[in-house]
Design a protein around this ligand. Structure first.
Ligand code: UDP
Ligand code: MG
Length: 314
């Protein structure tokens, strides 16, 4: 029988866990599969861990991975994926914002052949601010990145074992998991759903963490910001030629109102700042390439190999 692992990051979710477990187990009864429920306790300071241990006593399917401190949502997901043994892995938030029933539709699509099934929010019940900033973020990200990362998706998704094995090899530190799961390719399928409100408690993504996640996404999937420096350098150099012409013009034709030494200062500032920008851009070009090498992502990812005849028999 097929085995499916759920990966659920948990950070101070004491008010939600029992309800989450109840809803999830009800959903799991509807299909015949072997399940594994991996909860990653990301250094919770409330009674989340105690509740998880209680639940584990009554259900051997529960695996608890405990972190020594809070490492953050993306790292918690990574650890869960590392420990998962299923033929498919479903990543789901621990606050019931990702409805467990939707994961059944993921499994259906997976059985039909999809290798990554991601939940795409048709509607979401977040604050106006969060909705607007998220939209802007995805627009900017897709403008800058070479990898197409679908709009309005979260980390709520199913990945086939094949995909999981590739993602497990990517060990970069500042991770944007949903970007990686687009980056690897394979047969991707979207499932539309309405995202619920948080069941209890408040978000653990304050503005500071949101900014960090956005920067990880943009820097992790684009070197465009580095390239912009050299473009800016050329623009500044162009403008400084105008400035230099103006300064010389003033010196020769309006010498009476030009302070002595001014022309030299203006010319050197304009000239040097343009040159500096261009040089920074050149360094950025190398830095971007060094960055690509250091990340050491695979050069290519093979989905399947099929041969008409085996080489030996030819
Ligand atoms: N989470 C985590 N570590 C953190 C922050 C959040 O494991 O440092 C978990 C949290 O328990 C939840 C999921 O990540 O299961 C998503 O977090 P949250 O709901 O706070 O984010 P939002 O839905 O508001 O973006
Ligand atoms: Mg949430």
């Amino acid at each position: 029988m097929r085995q499916i692992s759920y990966v659920i990051p948990v950070y101070n979710e004491e008010d939600t866990l029992s309800e989450l477990y109840k809803e999830l187990s009800k959903v799991l009864e509807k299909i015949e599969c072997i399940f594994e429920l991996i909860f990653i306790n990301d250094g919770s300071t409330d009674s989340s861990l105690k509740i998880l241990k209680e639940l584990q006593k009554g259900d051997p399917r529960i695996v608890i991975v405990e972190f020594s401190r809070n490492f953050g949502h993306q790292i918690a997901i990574t650890a869960g994926i590392d420990y998962a043994q299923g033929d498919a892995v479903i990543v789901m938030d621990g606050d019931l914002q990702d409805p467990p029933t939707v994961s059944l539709r993921f499994i259906e699509e997976w059985e039909k052949g999809a290798e990554v099934v991601y939940g795409q929010r048709r509607t979401r019940k977040d604050t106006w601010f969060k909705e607007k900033t998220a939209n802007l973020f995805y627009k900017v990200l897709n403008l800058l990145s070479d990898v197409e990362i679908p709009q309005n998706t979260g980390d709520f998704r199913l990945m086939d074992r094949k995909v999981v094995e590739v993602i497990k090899q990517i060990r970069e530190h500042n991770r944007f998991m949903r970007g990686l799961s687009s980056y690897v390719g394979f047969k991707q399928k979207a499932v539309l759903f309405d995202r619920d409100e948080r069941y209890a408690g408040v978000t653990h993504y304050p503005l500071k963490k949101m900014i960090k996640l956005s920067l990880d996404a943009i820097i992790g999937f684009s070197t465009v910001p580095l390239k912009l420096i050299s473009r800016l350098g050329f623009v500044v150099s162009g403008l400084s030629i105008c400035g230099i012409v103006y300064a010389l013009f003033m010196k020769f034709f309006y010498a009476s109102i030009t302070v002595s030494g001014w022309t030299f200062l203006v010319i050197s500032i304009f000239f040097l700042s343009g040159i500096q920008m261009i040089i920074l851009g050149v360094i950025g070009g190398y830095l971007g390439r060094i960055y690509d090498e250091v990340r050491n992502r695979p050069l290519y990812i093979i989905s399947r190999v099929s041969r008409g005849k085996s080489i030996e028999s030819i």
